[in-house]
Structures are given as C-alpha cells and as structure tokens.
Design a protein around this ligand. Structure first.
Ligand SMILES: Cc1cc2nc3c(=O)[nH]c(=O)nc-3n(C[C@H](O)[C@H](O)[C@H](O)COP(=O)(O)O)c2cc1C
Length: 455
C-alpha cells in the first residue's frame, strides 16, 4: 500500500476566515452550543478524517467586539464529542504554563478512557501576553522560561501516565483484589517547577499515553516538538519553507534517537473550494470584503506581543523595519518570522497583509477546484513538505463539506487516503508505535517494585 496521508480538521469559530462568523454560508448555531461541535465532528468522522482539533487561549482577545472564538473549554468539549463519535481522534489544547501536570494528566487520561483510545493533547506554552494576567503572573512569562517549565511538565505527565502497568487492575471479585499494588508506582518527582508524588489516581489509559501534538516553530519549540510530539502542526506560507521545516524536524527527531516516521508533520491548509477556480476566487473575495482592517491590526499587534501598529498607513508597501525584531517577541515568535519573511518577499501593503492573514492567520490559504486542492496536497505530500494536513476550512461547515465531498474522493482514487477506518484508536490512525510501559522495562528493578508495593 502507498504511504497514506493524515488529515486533521481544525475546528475554529464558524470557520478560519476572520469574517466567517458573519458569513451567510456559516453555521447558524451559537458558538457556545455543543450541537455545533457535535455536528462538525460527526461530519469529519463521516469523511474519515484522522482527527479533529480545538485550539485554546486563556484570555479574551482585544478584538472580541468583531471576532468571536471557539469559546468552550476544549477538554470539556472532547468529553461530549467522545460520546457523539466512534472513530475520529480528538485533540484539545492545554497549557503547560498555566496548568498543573497532575490535573492535566488526569484529564487527558480520562478523555482517553471515555473515547476508548482517541485522545490527544496539543501541548502549548501559551504565547498570549494577556493570559499571564489571569493566572497571577506579573507579566508575560518569557519564551525560554515557558519552554523550561514545559520540559519538566512533560517529564511529570509522562511518568504519571506510566505509573500504572497495563495489568495493574485485576478487578477480581472472588479473591477480593481490585488492583496489584506492585504494578502501580509512585513517581516521586522533585524538580525546579513541580513536586509530584504520584502515582496518577487512575488506571493506565487505552493508548498508554494520549497522543501528543505540538506546534512550536522557534528553535526551542522545534527541539521540544522533536523530543515529545507524535504530530506537529505548523503554519507555512510556501512549499519551500514547509520542506525546510519538515527536513529540520525529522532530522532533530532522528538525532534524538527517534524514528522520523513516528513524528508526523501536518502544515495548515485553508482552501476555499468551488467547482471552478473563478468561483472559488469569488468566494474568497466575498469573505475578504467582510473583514475590518482595524480588527486585523489588533490581531497583528497581539501576535507581536502588543507592539503598536496603529500609526502604520494601510496603503504603503511594508518593510521589515515596520516590525519589531522577532528575537525580542515573547509571544508566538515563529509566526512573527513567517510574517516578516512574507513582507520581505512580497512587499505587501498593510491592507494586503491583513487581508491575507484574515484567511487563516498566517497558514497557507488558497482557492481552487477540488482537483487543484488535491494536486497541491499530493505535491506537498510527495516532495518532503508534509505527512498530511491540518485542514482549516474558511467557512464551517460549508467548506468542510466541499473538502469532504470534492477533495477526499480524489485523494482516495489516487490511493493516498483511507476508504474506511482500519484501527480504532488515534494512535492506529496516525500509524504510531505503542509506548513501552515502564513496568516492561528491564530497568524496572526489584527495588523499585518494592517501593511501588509500599513495603
Ligand atoms: C495549528 C496551530 C495551532 C496552535 N494552537 C494554539 C493554541 O490553541 N493555543 C496557543 O496558545 N498556541 C497555539 N499555537 C501556537 C504554538 O503553540 C506556538 O506557540 C507557536 O507556533 C509559536 O512557536 P514557538 O512557541 O516555538 O515560538 C498553535 C500553532 C499552530 C501552528
């Protein structure tokens, strides 16, 4: 069988386009109505997507008057979606900077149990400056400190997920033994940021550990992803940059002793699809005409850690000097580099830049026929730019349906995408190995066994 593509659906508002929420083709349901998320997730499952994903930010955006978000807390949403779907993987974002590892390990293990092995966690360090103010921090936690904390966080959650052996629960009514004490171990973690005794207060989850997703793109972020991620989301505006990113992450993973095919690279793709290219472009223009440059300006400022763009004229070509040095940005640093690269290459005016970013916030935006979108996907997939895509429909659910009914059948005909689910878990959909239990590790000695048994 040919190497298979992986497709994730990124659910964001009523679509990824900045003006999607007010577009006539977008869902009429409220963004706080769980039936909206259920409907979209069920459509994704019917189309055989590997997974669906929900992002999260821990503060209201300054642009809230004209820009709604996917408001509901994503782990809670996954619990509801787990009951309304059977096969599609379920990915939610949670922060290593503003969560305790014990809580998070427990929540994702619960989702993995509830969904019978379909849970995944998008690990973020939370770049939004205003998030810090909601958690007692005096100001933005620096980029480096966030990743240092994230590193220790991963050590703790991985140990917690490993703290029960697969066979720890016997549940034997005859002997009166529920669990084998020697197959459950404390973790006794003492580090710079966390102190956690363990074990987790829950049996090992169906996938052993939830699947781990990450989207760091800076040097530090890439190294973090190469160490921990099973799948990596990334925003790329050109194939060449996507190829460089792909090669770099695969190399970093291999250098760290991992098998490169066990870390999937999924760039974002936001396609506006119609039966002719002219119609697809008309739809894209129609959505762009609903945007407000002042909303875009505020969002751009948020990306650059609150930098003031209010005096930049809308209609003069931009130069890199109009932006702060990305190295000084404590927010989503890599996205700022992507934006400055675009300015250097295409010299857009601020109005043009904001219009492009309105499409999908710096991800690859295109408009075309199903055939053209399938060609693009196949090309990136076969030339070392992607293992699959993070599909970001500009309008939901209309453009998800256009993708599912138009593009997926072409990918299936070309033998690139499944025609039915084979596995039941997300780990199987993504073709990932099963993590080895620490209890099956030869280093798991008699001394440790005794500690776990509490003797
Ligand atoms: C597809 C995608 C989804 C993301 N989702 C979130 C999110 O939900 N919450 C968040 O705080 N950051 C999110 N990010 C930002 C990344 O976690 C990361 O901070 C960003 O790409 C900058 O990389 P860096 O941290 O290495 O500088 C996302 C990034 C991408 C590409």
């Amino acid at each position: 069988m040919k190497r298979q593509l992986h497709l994730n659906l990124f659910i964001h508002g009523r679509g990824h386009h900045e003006a999607a929420w007010r577009h006539p083709a977008a869902s009429p349901l409220a963004l706080t109505d769980i039936s909206y998320y259920v409907e979209v997730a069920q459509r994704a499952e019917a189309a055989l997507f590997d997974s669906i994903f929900m992002a999260d930010q821990l503060a209201v955006g300054g642009d809230v008057a004209q820009a709604p978000r996917t408001w509901l807390e994503p782990i809670t949403v996954l619990a509801a979606l787990a009951m309304a779907t059977q096969r599609v993987g379920l990915i939610a974002t949670a922060s290593t900077t503003y969560t305790e590892p014990f809580n998070l390990a427990r929540q994702f293990a619960s989702i993995d149990h509830i969904s019978n092995g379909r849970a995944a966690w998008n690990i973020v360090t939370s770049w939004l400056a205003t998030a810090a103010e909601n958690f007692g921090a005096a100001g933005q936690v620096s980029h480096g400190d966030r990743y240092d904390r994230g590193e220790e966080f991963m050590e703790v959650v991985n140990q917690l997920w490993d703290s029960w052996a697969d066979d720890a629960v016997i549940d034997d009514r005859t002997s009166g033994i529920y669990a084998r004490r020697d197959r459950i171990r404390p973790i006794s973690h003492r580090g710079a940021f966390y102190s956690v005794a363990g074990p987790l207060n829950m049996p090992r989850c169906p996938q052993s550990r939830p699947v781990l997703v990450q989207a760091g793109s800076s040097d530090t972020g890439r190294r973090f992803a190469a160490r921990h991620a099973d799948a990596v989301f990334t925003a790329q505006m050109a194939k060449k940059a996507a190829q460089e990113f792909y090669a770099d992450l695969k190399k970093l993973a291999a250098d760290g002793g991992r098998s490169p095919e066990h870390i999937l690279i999924l760039p974002g793709l936001s396609p506006m699809i119609a039966s002719t290219e002219a119609e697809a472009q008309r739809l894209a223009r129609e959505a762009n005409e609903l945007t407000d440059p002042e909303v875009g300006r505020k969002r751009l400022s948020g990306r650059f850690g609150g930098y003031d763009f209010s005096r930049l004229p809308l209609d003069r070509p931009l130069v890199p000097e109009d932006f702060p040095d990305p190295r000084t940005v404590q927010a989503a640093r890599s996205r700022t580099e992507v934006i400055i690269d675009l300015v250097r290459r295409d010299k857009p005016t601020l109005r043009q830049l904001l219009s492009y970013l309105a499409g999908a916030r710096g991800h690859y935006v295109t408009a075309g026929t199903p055939e053209q979108i399938a060609d693009l996907i196949e090309d990136w997939f076969n030339t070392g730019a992607a293992d699959g895509f993070n599909i970001m429909p500009p309008l939901l659910p209309a453009q998800l349906d256009a993708f599912s009914q138009g593009v997926i059948p072409i990918l299936q005909c070309r033998g690139l995408f499944r025609t039915e689910y084979v596995g039941k878990t997300l780990r199987e959909h993504y073709g990932l190995p099963w993590p080895v239990s620490v209890f099956d590790d030869p280093a798991w000695t008699g001394e440790l066994r005794e500690a776990a048994a509490g003797v």
